[in-house]
Design a protein around this ligand. Structure first.
Ligand SMILES: [Zn+2]
Ligand SMILES: [Zn+2]
Length: 693
């Protein structure tokens, strides 16, 4: 123990320890020795701006566990990644440099992305170090890197060979604004008011049936009419036909339980496609496909007089026409929930296009079972995963009609259409500029590449593989996989959690991690989720660190449980600062008695008070370790604080002062106190260290 200055200067002390950790390489993970490995699948932050207090919150918590397990003798594999392979990073580059991929070309654009990413990644690393994250900086990856692209393409080829991936011309979820297919994980609900109109479908010369719809512009795509077989009013119509208004097309009237007699008029028109029920009906009843909405969201020639209009204009036009011809029986304003593309809030359409899919629908049971094998913290988060899997209605569409992203590692033969996969040794491959090594089996050597790129989740779903150096010849991957912990936020269970489990299951038949810890978000003082674009409104971590300390920020992060959001709370941060300062003062007071103290090997004679304090300390150590093991840092923190403030600072220290000052060295009274104080101080500091190092 050293002589401590009177005043605690966090900036100086934290810097000193940071330097010590770096010099001593305390966080280097040496996988060669035989100690058990605790590995962390660190979330790679999106490279799109500066880090904010929300990041400090969610990144501190996994560090508690890294430090706890390291102190308990584990070899901790704690890598760091950066996600620079997505639209947010592209947007940042576009905004900062005023360039677009169309303007400067894809290659140049990607070079600029990499340049700006490197710059930001260095800032991130600096902040993480200031915050005391015990990351092993030897293990850093980025999602746009050579290795990541290689892993994504390798994964594609492996799953294609295992028949988990297929290409199909089938209805996909389509964003008409972004003009790309998307996966159901990118769809959000939006509530809005809309008009439901009721229109007549003729069933013979003088009778018609009323049908209510919110999508009259899809009338030209109507291929059938459905009624519920239990609906006594209409079931006699099943097997007959109806004529659509305006378009005068004859369509069958069919029976299906999914037609709800209570909804609208109880009769539903099925269009290809208004929603997912339409798709089910189309499949189950083998109906024809009339696609009227083009990839650009413009109605095509099949839409008759609506051709050339966008969806909104087509709706207005057809309502006007129906009114003109006295075909509107009723108009009601209704609230409805529509599915929108979460990135642009555009209502999605269902368009038949040729896309690549990963099979999901036939493996729901496997996926659920895998989810249940993982320990979830908090436990109730498992149900979010289960709900997502249970409610899935689509295979995972992995092709995106965009310019940037990891290309599909394949070519199509221009003659016979065969798919030629790239060789694993060629990966990562860019089929747009490279060609297959040999001609197609049909003899043709002309090829076209897939113009779509892969969903970024094809890469991000492989963070354990990428961080663990899956495709490297070394032994790292076998040592760290399956990983011990996946820390992540709750809003990406349906994407990051789900896709990572799926990949691991399909590649290895294993779960990717034994534990998953779901954190909440650090919220701005007004209660909003802090996002990087809003970060200007929120205290900047460096400023907070300067005013208080990294320990104080970590204390705030330790003040709520996994799964709970927490508002940035200056009182909490100040309370953390008070705790470290008090600890410092207690240590400084004690140092005059236990400086250079070597505790005797055998427990000396102890006074009853000291014995009580030490037995409480033992209990505390057990409880706190248990809580850490269960990812319950809040209980650890509360227990330590309770003991330190109540038992020690307010009581024991007062009681023991006179003994320490007045009794001669060597007396039972004094030696018992020195022994106790030494152990209390050492243990409390160590128990707090995972949270406040
Ligand atoms: Zn969109
Ligand atoms: Zn061929």
């Amino acid at each position: 123990m050293e002589n401590l200055p009177k005043r605690y200067d966090p900036a100086k002390r934290e810097k000193k320890w940071r330097q010590y950790w770096e010099e001593q390489q305390v966080y280097r993970c040496n996988l060669d020795d035989g100690t058990p490995v605790y590995s962390i699948d660190t979330p790679p932050p999106t490279v799109s701006g500066d880090l904010h207090m929300g990041h400090c919150y969610s990144y501190s918590q996994p560090d508690f566990y890294a430090r706890f397990h390291r102190m308990n003798g584990c070899n901790v594999f704690y890598p760091m990644g950066f996600d620079d392979n997505g639209l947010p990073t592209e947007r940042l580059v576009e905004n900062r440099l005023g360039i677009t991929p169309d303007g400067v070309g894809t290659e140049t654009f990607i070079r600029e992305i990499v340049k700006i990413s490197r710059e930001l990644e260095e800032n991130y690393e600096q902040l993480w170090k200031m915050l005391g994250l015990s990351v092993d900086w030897e293990h850093v990856y980025t999602t746009i890197s050579f290795e990541s692209r290689k892993a994504a393409q390798y994964s594609f080829i492996d799953l294609y060979r295992k028949d988990r991936i297929y290409r199909s011309s089938s209805p996909s979820i389509w964003c008409p604004a972004c003009r790309t297919a998307i996966a159901s994980a990118e769809v959000a609900d939006l509530n809005r008011e809309t008009t439901m109109i009721t229109i007549p479908f003729r069933i013979n010369n003088n009778e018609s049936i009323p049908i209510a719809t919110t999508r009259p512009e899809l009338l030209p795509a109507c291929v059938a009419v459905f009624v519920n077989p239990d609906d006594s009013g209409y079931r006699n119509l099943i097997g007959t036909t109806a004529i659509t208004p305006l378009f005068n097309k004859q369509v069958p009237i069919l029976g299906d339980e999914k037609a709800d007699p209570e909804k609208g008029t109880g009769i539903v028109m099925c269009c290809t496609f208004g929603d997912t029920t339409d798709i089910k009906w189309w499949r189950e009843h083998d109906l024809p496909l009339v696609g009227v909405i083009g990839a650009d969201g413009i109605l095509n020639a099949q839409a008759g007089f609506l051709a050339g209009l966008d969806i909104g204009s087509a709706r207005r036009k057809i309502i006007e026409e129906l009114r003109n011809q006295n075909l509107v029986m009723d108009e009601t304003a209704v609230f409805q929930t529509v599915s929108v593309h979460e990135r642009c809030d555009t209502p999605v359409e269902y368009v038949e296009t040729k896309q690549w899919f990963v099979r999901v629908m036939d493996s729901k049971e496997e996926l659920l079972e895998a989810g249940r094998k993982i320990h979830w913290y908090p436990g109730y988060m498992l149900s979010r995963y289960e709900d997502w899997v249970n409610n899935l209605e689509w295979d995972w569409c992995i092709s995106r009609q965009r310019y940037h992203g990891v290309p599909f590692p394949l070519w199509y033969c221009s003659d016979c259409g065969s798919i030629i996969l790239a060789e694993n040794s060629e990966l990562p491959v860019n089929p747009g500029i490279q060609s297959p090594t040999k001609p197609c089996e049909c003899g043709n050597d002309n090829f076209v590449h897939e113009s779509a790129v892969m969903d970024t989740w094809m890469t991000s779903s492989m963070t354990p593989q990428i961080a663990g150096k899956w495709l490297d010849p070394g032994d790292t991957f076998n040592r760290v996989f399956p990983m011990s912990l996946r820390p992540q936020a709750h809003d990406i269970i349906r994407t990051w959690t789900f896709y990572t489990i799926l990949k691991s299951l399909y590649h290895f038949g294993e779960i990717p991690w034994t534990d998953i810890g779901i954190s909440g978000h650090g919220l701005s003082p007004e209660g909003h989720k802090v996002s990087k674009s809003r970060a200007v409104n929120v205290s900047d971590p460096l400023a907070v660190m300067e005013k208080y300390s990294a320990d104080a920020i970590r204390y705030w992060a330790a003040s709520s449980r996994l799964g709970e959001d927490s508002m940035i709370n200056e009182d909490k941060i100040a309370a953390g600062q008070k705790l470290v300062t008090k600890l410092w003062n207690v240590a400084r007071f004690s140092s005059s008695f236990i400086l250079d103290y070597e505790p005797p090997v055998a427990v000396p004679s102890l006074l009853p008070t000291d014995r009580w304090v030490l037995s409480e300390l033992q209990q505390l150590t057990r409880d706190v370790s248990d809580s850490y093991r269960k990812y319950d840092h809040l209980t650890s923190k509360n227990r330590i604080e309770g003991y330190f403030w109540n038992a020690i600072a307010d009581n024991y220290l007062e009681m023991v002062k006179s003994r320490l000052y007045d009794q001669p060295g060597g007396s039972i009274e004094k030696e018992s106190a020195r022994y106790t104080l030494y152990h209390v101080l050492k243990t409390v500091t160590r128990l707090l260290a995972p949270m406040m190092p």
